[in-house]
Design a protein around this ligand. Structure first.
Ligand code: ADP
Ligand code: MG
Length: 727
């Protein structure tokens, strides 16, 4: 009898749902534990408040004396919320968040004590961060890293700690985190989008990128999760026969949320409210025990921080409810995996959405400008965009018939396609008054109506226009949104910069009117970027063939996908946009490859262990039972036994075959791993990808077969049906 599995199941059956009370309205809870504008107005002097607001809105520096004032007020505020400690909260290149707590408490002369927090501690810290990934940056420069306050993302109190969002950089200035390049990319998009906006509205002084992510996840009872070494160590199941019932009946999607999951969600949402994370939507997803949560969109930097924070909070709250949250992109074979759609748009400081048409022809042209430039940017940089979402875990999801393929394409719907097709016919150079009127009234003038009824959505597209924003759907559920957001904003910034140069040239050299010049450049962009537009079924094989003809990349694995990041063009792009330097790019590439290799190495070791130390011994125990039974039959029935024990004998032989295969394959896999480990970087990653990983499916096949043969009572690993349907 397999003790762990059955104890876990027993424990799960005895679980009680925690009753969560909604003591206060969500609107009252919202932002209570955030040092937001409201709290700052209460706690800061007028000059300190203005100084922080200027830093947030205009990026100005906060001087030292003011920082001291802010720190003291922040501490008083945090202590009023029960905080005893503070931490610089940052996002190192592990993709997760990091924190090191220090107490406000300080003793004076060993006898007196007080709570202290000053400007220096607020502004800069030096975590002992030597074991965060740095891709050789700090070794090369023999420099240490430090964290620095990012006032654009407000401090918050979580549990008893004041958390101060920070960037993490080397003393030589290189970024060691995901936030620094994001902030630089947001600066770039602000600069170049604002410049383009001025064609349409002279008063625009700032453009923000906006992000609304949708987080998918699985909830598994924690006793069951703990009973599976693969889930515990890799976040996914490395083996397990599919459950007879999976998602084929479509009975989970948007169904009634199971009671325990609901209680977790309510608890989580209340925590989110306190932390100012504006969560809005919750529902069941397609697979059993899969769910989704989405907020109201925010400025991208804040939205990225909020998603990282959310993932932390989800882990903590789930423990209270005796769940384990699985963020892995593909925790279970045979049912859907999880993504994190990134809804992206641009917004002027007064909240005008630049990817939404307006009431005047000029506003519609503005919409069209940003719309077409985004498509062109994606076309020019499709491979980099693919690289931004590459990871060992997302490789399982992309192209797996349920998620966008590894080919990046843009879906805009048939109506907008028609508009772009018509714009291709705009006359070169000067436009006649009739043509201008026609464009304004009949073509771009129709856009608002079209978008009101933008019903033709294509769920298979990795990058879809959904009415007033683009939705990047290929992002994986474990991803730190900063990475894809850095790429999108950088490539669109670069595109807008070029656009402005071209339009200005037509105005100055060719004497065209502003709108004529814009139509002329857009026409060429629409023609040039046509190949990235695809309205058909992105999951089909036909698209793979078609995409190949069009010259679009189709990098199915992470090592292939990442290569473009260190290409000459990409280095040039990042340097031109001041987002990443060559050193930073190369460091990140190293880190991403190493992470990939390590993940596969861990999976391979865990699989080897489970297969040989759990599955094979169990199969042998069962086989012995069969042997004993056969021997007994022979004793009683003599030569007749061969007929009577036919099934048993066949089973004994089949089990032997599977055991032999498992052992042989595991040994071969280990040999390949050893070869791979002799190398570093891309070489090692490639061997893991091409030589080690293929064994996973083969070994799994034999283990899963054994699962269907061996006595259920003996099977040590909690089964798929138990993981997915016990609630
Ligand atoms: P679905 O794709 O599931 O139909 P919704 O239309 O509800 O989703 O929106 C998904 C996400 O898109 C939400 O987080 C929402 O806040 C976000 N979103 C809406 N408008 C914008 C925008 N202008 N910029 C960025 N995100 C946006
Ligand atoms: Mg969506």
């Amino acid at each position: 009898m397999s003790i762990v599995r059955f104890n876990a199941l027993q424990e799960t059956l005895n679980r009680k749902t925690i009753k969560i009370e909604e003591k206060e309205k969500r609107s009252v809870l919202f932002g209570k534990n955030v040092f937001n504008k409201h709290a700052m107005q209460q706690y800061l002097t007028r000059s300190a408040y203005e100084s922080v607001m200027n830093a947030i809105e205009k990026g100005t520096k906060i001087d030292r004396k003011i920082a001291d004032q802010v720190a003291v007020s922040m501490k008083d505020w945090a202590m009023s919320k029960g905080a005893t400690h503070y931490t610089h909260w940052f996002q190192p290149l592990t993709g997760a968040t990091a924190e090191k707590h220090d107490a406000f408490f300080e003793s004076i002369n060993g006898s007196l004590a007080m709570e202290k927090f000053d400007g220096e501690q607020l502004v800069q810290q030096e975590p002992d961060a030597s074991s965060f990934p740095n891709g050789g940056i700090r070794n090369t420069f023999e420099a240490r890293g430090y964290t620095a306050w990012d006032p654009t993302s407000p401090a918050f109190v979580y549990e008893t700690t004041l958390c101060i969002p920070t960037i993490f950089v080397a003393y030589t200035g290189e970024a060691l985190d995901n936030k620094t390049p994001l902030l630089r990319a947001l600066q770039a998009i602000d600069t170049h989008a604002t410049a383009v906006c001025k064609y349409f509205d002279k008063n625009v002084s700032k453009v923000n990128a906006t992000l609304g992510w949708e987080q998918e996840y699985f909830l598994i009872d924690d006793a069951l999760a703990l009973s599976r070494p693969d889930i515990l160590l890799t976040g996914r199941t490395l083996l397990g026969h599919t459950s007879a019932k999976g998602q084929q009946l479509d009975d989970h999607y948007f169904g009634t949320i199971p009671a325990r999951a609901m209680s977790f969600m309510q608890d989580l949402e209340q925590e989110c409210m306190l932390l100012g994370i504006p969560v809005k939507t919750r529902h069941n997803e397609v697979a059993p025990n899969q769910f989704e949560l989405a907020p109201i969109f925010e400025e991208a930097n804040l939205a990225v921080d909020h998603n990282s924070l959310l993932m932390d909070v989800m882990e903590k709250v789930s423990r209270r409810h005796r769940f384990k949250v699985l963020f892995h992109e593909k925790p279970f074979e045979g049912i859907n995996g999880s993504g994190k759609h990134n809804n992206w748009s641009l917004s002027t400081f007064d909240g005008t959405n630049l990817l939404s048409p307006g009431k005047t022809p000029m506003k519609n042209l503005q919409f069209l400008t940003f719309f077409v430039n985004t498509i062109k940017a994606v076309y020019e940089n499709e491979e980099l965009l693919r690289a931004s979402i590459a990871s060992a875990s997302n490789d399982h999801r992309l192209g797996a018939n349920e998620a966008p393929p590894a080919i990046i394409s843009v879906f805009i719907g048939s109506q907008l396609s028609k508009v772009l097709d018509e714009l291709e016919n705009v006359t070169k150079g000067k436009l006649s008054p009739e043509e201008k009127t026609d464009l304004k009234l009949n073509i771009i003038g129709k856009i608002p109506e079209i978008l009101l009824d933008n019903t033709d959505r294509n769920r298979t597209s990795p990058f879809a226009f959904t009415g007033n924003k683009f939705e990047f759907r290929a992002v994986g559920s474990t991803a730190n949104c900063a990475i894809p957001m850095t790429v999108i904003n950088t490539i669109v910034a670069k595109q807008l910069k070029e656009f402005k140069v071209e339009v200005d040239a037509l105005i100055e050299d060719k004497n065209l009117k502003k709108d004529e010049a814009i139509f002329n450049v857009l026409r060429e962009y629409i023609k040039a970027s046509k190949d990235i537009r695809f309205e058909g079924d992105g999951y089909g094989e036909a698209w793979e063939k078609e995409a190949k003809k069009r010259g679009l990349s189709n990098n199915k694995t992470t090592p292939e996908a990442l290569k473009v990041q260190v290409s000459k063009e990409v280095i040039y792009l990042y340097e031109e946009m001041d987002v990443l330097s060559k050193v930073e790019i190369e460091a990140r590439y190293e880190i991403a490859l190493e992470e990939y290799t390590k993940r596969l190495q861990i999976e391979s070791r865990v699989l080897g262990d489970i297969a040989r130390n759990h599955v094979v011994p169990t199969a042998i125990v069962y086989q012995n039972t069969l042997l004993e039974n056969t021997r007994n039959l022979k004793e009683i029935f003599g030569v007749e036994f061969k007929n009577i024990a036919k099934e048993q004998i066949e089973l004994i032989m089949t089990i032997s075959n599977h055991i032999t295969e498992i052992n042989a394959l595991t040994i071969k896999m280990t040999e390949e791993r050893k070869k791979a480990n002799k190398f570093v970087g891309i070489k090692s990653a490639e061997i893991y990808c091409k030589k080690v990983k293929p064994f996973f499916d083969e070994i799994r096949y034999h283990c899963d077969k054994l699962e269907t043969m061996v006595d259920d009572k003996l099977w040590p690993l909690t089964k798929y049906r138990e993981l997915l349907f016990t609630r």
